[in-house]
Ligand binder design. Structure first.
Ligand SMILES: [Zn+2]
Length: 261
């Protein structure tokens, strides 16, 4: 464990950005929320409002920001790290509301911060779903944070350049394309390719666990494993099977609770 921790510290300390403030300010936000504030480039706020703020995650947000074109950041006032997604409100996007109501873990969202500025929010437990905690300090986690953060910044860029669309599918495809360009830049480095491989390896394991649960008729557990596999690897076969497992789970739970006739 000690050796593992030393490796983690070396991995992260080498790449700690100069642009990310070294100072972390523990403080209370105007809405009463407790958190840790750091600054990127002396202006963009990284607000870590998780119950246990983790320096390593803030650093990884800083690492991902190094792969984002600075010209894409004006107007983005803050990046929030949270550990739960709030129920949708009247101002939530249709996609957010739909995903929340379907019970899907919402990994991130982008929205208005003030009248003129915007915020990208990362729901850390959903972003890092399926990654064992010791890996939260490694490039595997950086790639997961990179995937979600760059997708949300993609929405920001689309909005700021007047290219956003009311057609959800079109908008999401464009934000994904932005994300893929950022991830491709990250993958030029070996450590991020290895991080990716680790995520795919974990996804494959969850896919296989899900298959075993499906064969045993444990559809709820199969769905949970496949959702994890899908989160870790967007290309995993599991995403084609997740909804089938959810339907089967609902059907078998209903038939179990049906009264005898
Ligand atoms: Zn999106």
């Amino acid at each position: 464990m000690r050796a593992g921790r030393a490796v983690q510290i070396i991995l992260l300390s080498r790449y700690t950005s100069n642009m990310l403030s070294k100072e972390r300010w523990k403080m209370t936000a105007p809405n009463g929320e407790l958190g840790v504030l750091r600054l990127w480039d002396n202006s963009l706020m990284i607000w870590d409002a998780c119950r246990s703020p983790m320096r390593a995650l803030e650093v990884q947000v800083g690492i991902v920001l190094e792969y984002i074109d600075p010209a894409d950041l004006p107007g983005l006032a803050a990046i929030h790290l949270v550990d739960k997604a709030d129920p949708p409100s009247a101002t939530s996007s249709a996609r957010y509301t739909k995903a929340f109501n379907q019970g899907l873990p919402i990994q991130g969202w982008w929205g208005r911060f003030t009248e003129e500025s915007f915020v990208a929010v990362l729901n850390i437990p959903a972003v890092l779903r399926g990654l064992p905690r010791p890996l939260w300090r490694t490039p595997a986690a950086t790639m997961r944070i990179g995937a979600v953060l760059s997708h949300e910044i993609g929405h920001h860029v689309l909005f700021m350049t007047g290219a956003s669309s009311d057609d959800i599918k079109h908008e999401e495809t464009a934000a994904d394309a932005y994300r893929d360009r950022v991830l491709a830049k990250m993958r030029t480095q070996l450590k991020y390719r290895l991080g990716d491989r680790m995520n795919k390896h974990l996804a494959d394991n969850h896919w296989v666990f899900g298959v075993a649960c499906w064969r045993d008729g444990e559809f709820r557990r199969a769905a949970s494993h496949w959702l994890t596999a899908w989160t870790l690897d967007n290309d995993c076969e599991a995403k084609n099977w997740y909804w089938d497992a959810v339907e089967k789970a609902k059907a078998s739970e209903n038939s179990r609770s049906a009264p005898f006739k």
